[in-house]
Ligand binder design. Sequence first.
Ligand code: ACO
Length: 326
Amino acid sequence: MSIRAGFLGTGSCLPEKEFTNFDMEKIVDTTDEWIQTRTGIKSRRIADDQTATSDLAYGAALKAMEAANISAEDLDMIIVATITPDMHFPSTACIVQDKLGADNASAFDVSAACSGFVYASTIAKQFVESGQAKYVLVIGAETLSKILDFTDRNTCVLFGDGAGAAIIGQVPTGGIIATDLGAKGSGGKFLTVPAGGSRMPASQETIDNRLHYISMDGSEVFKFAVRIMASSSKTVVEKAGWSVDELDYLVPHQANIRIINSAGKKLKLPPEKVHVNLDKFGNTSAGSVPIALDEAVRSGKIKSGDKVVLVAFGGGLTWGALAVEF
Ligand code: ACO
């Protein structure tokens, strides 16, 4: 009999410090009203100076492992999706492996921006279903506040810090039925951190020109997102052999309420079937989908047997969706 992979447990970890739109008004030329009407965001969490991405990833991992009732030694693989690794290398996954004492696990990072958790879960599915791994820890974790230019109102109001995690392993029924991944590298220029890599190594000039921060063409990303969130969801539903009417819940990437509402409308899903938490946390990139998933599972919105789509878009440009029966 063939093995089917699914979610065995989820967890999340958010920094304690809330940074509201009113706090934002004090440091940059913006208003709570503008941010709420254009994005739906009211607040976000910001990590303190001592907290790096691996610290949030570790916190989320512990909760996911507890929910799945497995220990660190049980893990065969750790995948961390992030665009804010602790450092270029070692990978954040290796740092998390060490913190957990998960000595039997291989460990690597995935760079697919906000689609990272969906990409990493798709990789985990392949390892579990081919019998090469029993338990894979998948984490989406970010400290985006560390790469935000808090003088640029076009970007700094949108993002927040946080991590979500899941254990992926064999399930008796349901599980991750279908996946859809894609990329459009030609659109990569719309969302970048220009300097600090091999193309433009760090120098006094790159620092003076603020090139180590997120730079974004918001309207180009917006157009892409509106199109791809609906089309990737439809693709994965079709691949699963479901109809959209059968869907119990949609867990979308939390970038902008207008993008989420447009996807919901195109899919003809009532708002109560779409998970939204960006008002509290903003866009946490790779953390966004797993944090929302953990919230929906723990609050009982997602129940056993439910048909759920997780869908994301992000820098790269990338996109991905999972059709999951819980
Ligand atoms: N406060 C006040 N005014 C602002 C702010 C702000 N924070 N930001 C921009 N404005 C101004 C602009 O300067 C512009 O003024 P102008 O007309 O005088 O030039 C005006 O508001 C309108 O700007 P628009 O870009 O038209 O605003 P829009 O309604 O399109 O919203 C937004 C901008 C929110 C960025 C939207 O385009 C968006 O959400 N894009 C998608 C971004 C996204 O999802 N990025 C994350 C990708 S995920 C990842 O991988 C990291």
